[in-house]
Design a binder for this molecule. Structure first.
Ligand SMILES: Nc1ncnc2c1ncn2[C@@H]1O[C@H](COP(=O)(O)OP(=O)(O)OP(=O)(O)O)[C@@H](O)[C@H]1O
Ligand SMILES: [Mg+2]
Length: 174
């Protein structure tokens, strides 16, 4: 991907209403559609309070979820991937919170903050083993920030990782 082009064009928001539950299903299908035959169990839990229609930047929300879920699949060979979607209220602002938890290779503590830097992968041997550019999380964090949210991670080496993405919820007023 052309990084300079990304810099110029993708820092603007395009807010409109869209079906968030359909988006989650799309992302699940793309990333986990062929996990059935694998040693990975995928589960998705969506809190009843999460609205079907929301107002946000659909393409950016999708891009973040695609990267988090495809990372979980890429770095997990067996066990489970659990995705949880819920709401969080902070003062007058509502957030949608998406957690993606896996039982994959995990991340060393000293590498956790560097993951969000452009072109950074946890170590160079992994680059060879798993491919990718190391741009995914950097772009995801840029988008999360634009959406009024954040991405954080907790992980234990050899045990698994949990990424939490939140963004501001604007309800569709219809
Ligand atoms: N779920 C995860 N489990 C273990 N390590 C992870 C996980 N997600 C990310 N990482 C580590 O963080 C690094 C950066 O992730 P990022 O998504 O930015 O890049 P990538 O997946 O390697 O490449 P790209 O997303 O550009 O295809 C990964 O290379 C990997 O070392
Ligand atoms: Mg990635």
């Amino acid at each position: 991907m052309d990084f300079a082009k990304f810099e110029a064009s993708e820092r603007k928001l395009n807010i409109k209403s869209f079906n968030f539950l359909n988006l989650i299903q799309d992302v699940q299908e793309i990333c986990c559609g062929n996990l059935d035959q694998s040693a990975i169990l995928f589960s998705l839990i969506i809190d009843d309070k999460v609205p079907e229609i929301i107002e946000s930047d659909e393409m950016k929300v999708k891009q973040v979820l695609l990267n988090l879920l495809s990372n979980a699949v890429k770095f997990t060979s067996a066990g489970s991937i659990d995705m949880k979607v819920s709401l969080r209220q902070e003062n007058d602002t509502e957030f949608i919170v998406v957690k993606v938890k896996d039982t994959g290779i995990g991340i060393k503590t000293e590498e956790m903050t560097r993951l969000f830097e452009a072109f950074t992968q946890a170590d160079s041997s992994k680059t060879r083993a798993f491919g990718g550019t190391g741009l995914g999380l950097n772009i995801a964090l840029t988008y999360a920030d634009l959406l009024g949210g954040d991405i954080s991670v907790t992980s234990e080496l050899g045990e698994g990782s949990e990424f939490t993405f939140d963004f501001i919820l604007k309800r569709n007023r219809e």
